[in-house]
Design a protein around this ligand. Structure first.
Ligand SMILES: *Cc1c(COP(=O)(O)O)cnc(C)c1O
Length: 320
């Protein structure tokens, strides 16, 4: 079955060895796949999803992309950039405290010409997103709703093909470790794992969601993503590997462990993590290495999902 896809990510993303970080931590061989280098407006994991989502929007005759997220959402920044690139209007519904000067991702959203609607209270965001969509439809703007994090079955396809790409790069890691939140990356990787026969394990470190929610949601999303590819496979919650031990501080809260992870990657490898997602996932991975969760002969691949513009958000000034 032909699946619509626009090609704008710079693929394949490189895989690099992390020898100095490995030496500092001891333990397994460490690799990193650079999905922070997907090329669209500072890159990140949403770019792969948007190749499928924007194609779907175009095929439905949409003219406006509407999505939502936190004020410093990487997903919203990449969606706004994709909208600009392919001639769509873009409306973003953003939650979080509004500062006087837009910084980091929010500043970039404005550069891309996105219209921003604020939803000060997170509990109202679904309602405001729906109202925004309905109003745009009434005005004839032909809106397409990109789900939070781009995590629909269509968006997840980006990561089913990322798994294929990784296998074609000849990488045989025992573990793929990454930040998981809205579940699309996780679900796509699992669908790809099954479809293309990847033998390693796929372990998502939760940024904000409970293990139970992730297991249910990711397995459903992986099943529907495989269906999009013309061959529905059933995934059960029990086979989703998710670790929610590192998200107690809450979404976007920088604690000492994220700080340490950011410093370790920077000082030993010259690599930048972000304060919200990859900092937290790397902190989890580092803790698991210290606990000897991985065996010594194993290879662990950290999937870098991007997010670095948030390093420059006002929110983290003087905290890093
Ligand atoms: C959105 C995002 C994630 C989480 O990906 P999901 O597919 O939503 O689970 C991880 N890292 C970064 C930098 C992100 O922006």
């Amino acid at each position: 079955m032909a699946i619509a896809r626009l090609r704008f990510a710079l693929l394949p993303t490189p895989v690099e060895e992390l020898p100095r970080l490995r030496q500092a931590l001891g333990g397994p061989r460490l690799l990193i796949k650079r999905d922070d280098q997907t090329g669209l407006a500072f890159g990140g994991n949403k770019t792969r999803k948007l190749e499928f989502l924007v194609a779907e929007a175009r095929d439905q005759g949409a003219q406006t992309l509407i999505t939502g997220g936190a004020l410093q959402s990487n997903h919203c920044r990449q969606t706004a950039a994709a909208a600009a690139r392919f001639g769509f209007k873009c409306i973003l519904v953003l939650t979080g405290e509004v500062s006087e000067q837009p910084s980091a991702n929010l500043l970039l959203d404005q550069l891309f010409g996105a219209q921003v609607v604020h939803a000060p209270d997170r509990k109202d965001r679904d309602k405001i997103l729906q109202q925004t969509f309905d109003r745009a439809a009434e005005k004839g703007m032909k809106p397409y709703l990109v789900p939070y994090g781009g995590s629909s079955p269509t968006g997840a396809l980006g990561y089913a093909f990322a798994m294929k790409e990784l296998m074609e790069q000849g990488i045989e890691a025992d573990w793929i470790v990454f930040a998981t939140s809205s579940g699309g990356t996780h679900a796509g990787l699992m669908a790809g794992q099954r479809l293309f026969g990847y033998k390693g394990k796929v372990l998502g470190i939760s940024v904000d969601e409970s293990e139970e929610w992730l297991k249910t949601h990711v397995s459903e999303l992986a099943s529907s993503a495989s269906e999009k590819l013309g061959n529905r496979l059933e995934f059960t919650p029990g086979e989703v590997l998710a670790n929610a031990d590192y998200c107690e501080a809450g979404y976007g809260v920088l604690t000492e462990s994220e700080r340490e992870a950011i410093h370790l990657f920077a000082k030993h490898e010259g690599l930048l993590l972000d304060p919200v997602y990859t900092g937290r996932a790397a902190a989890g991975m580092i803790d698991l290495i210290r606990q000897k969760f991985f065996k010594n002969g194993e290879t662990v691949l950290f999937l870098h999902t991007g997010g670095q513009p948030a390093l420059f958000a006002d929110k983290y000034a003087n905290k890093l």
